[in-house]
Ligand binder design. Sequence first.
Ligand code: FDA
Length: 294
Amino acid sequence: MVVQLLPYVPRTVVRRVSARYIAGATVHEALEVVAQLNAAGARCTVDMLGEFVTTLDEARQATDDYVRLLAAIHARGLETQASVKLTQLGLKLDRGACLDNLRRLVRTAAEHDNLLTIDMEDSSCTDATLDLFERVRGESPHVGAVLQACLRRTQADLERILPLAPNVRVCKGIYLEPATVAFQDRDEVRRSYLALIAAMLEQPSFVGIATHDDALVGGCLDLLKRHRISPEHYEFQMLLGVREELRRRILSAGHPLRVYVPFGQHWYAYSLRRLKENPTIAGHVLRNLVPLGR
Ligand code: FDA
C-alpha cells in the first residue's frame, strides 16, 4: 500500500527521506560526498541520474555532462570512477550514435586514467549493452561492464566476455523480470551470484562484488580466501546510504570497497525506485506525511 501511495507523496518529503541515497543535484555536491567517502577509506563511482532521454540532442548533452564530470574528478584528484546507463547515451534511439557517445566517454576516461562502467539496465537492453561493451573494450581497457545474477543467461554472457579480462561488477539485478528470463527464487539468485564470482576469480579479471546481502558477502569472503585473491583483483561495492555499518565492517577488515554515488537533477525518479525497493524506507515517507504521534 505504501508503495502504491509513493507517487502521491510531495517531492519535498521524498527528497528529505531519500537524501541519504542521493549525493545532491550538482557535480560540486556529488564530489563533496566523494571527498568525504575517500577520507573514510572508500573509493567511489559517480552516476549522473537521467536515464530517460527522448532525443539524440539530450543524449549528446548527457555525454557532454559526463565529459565535464570526468574532467572535474581529475581536477580534484578524487578516487572515483563514473558509471553510466547506455539509454542515457541514446541506446534506444540510435545505436550508432550511442556507440559514438560511449567511445567519446571511454576516450575521456582514458585521458584521465580513469574507468567508465556501463550499468546494466532491464533485459531488453542486455544484448545491445554487451555488444557495445565488447566493441569498446576491444579498443580500450578503460571501460567496465555489469552482469546481473538474476538473469538465466548471465553465466553464458560471462563466458563470452571473460576472454577480454574484463572489469565486471556483479549484482543481483534491480529490474522486475519475468520467470522466462530471470530466476524468481532468492536462493537461486544467490547461487547464480556465487557461481559468477567463483568463475571470475579463476580468470585474470577484476570483479566488483556489488551486494549488501550478508549471505553473499560471507560467501564471497570465503571464495576470496579459498582462491587467495589479492586486493588488486576485487573490491566490494555498495550503494550510497545502504547498510553503512556493513560498509564500515568490510573496510575495517582491510578489503577494498567502492560506493556508488548517484546525483543529479533527476533525483526524483531514482528516489522513487529506491523507495519502492525497500518498503521499510517507504514507511518513513508515510510517517513524515502522517504524524502518528509516536
Ligand atoms: P538484497 O536486496 O537482499 O539486500 C540486502 C539488504 O540490504 C536488505 O535486506 C536491506 O537491508 C539492504 N538494502 C538493499 N537495497 C537497499 C535499498 N535500496 N535501500 C535500503 N536498504 C537496502 N542493478 C542493476 O540491475 N544494474 C546495475 O547496473 C546495478 N548497479 C549496482 C551498483 C552497485 C554498486 C550496487 C551495490 C548495486 C547495483 N545494482 C544494480 C542493484 C542490485 O542489482 C540490487 O538490486 C541491490 O544491490 C540490492 O541487492 P542486494 O544484493 O544488496 O541484496
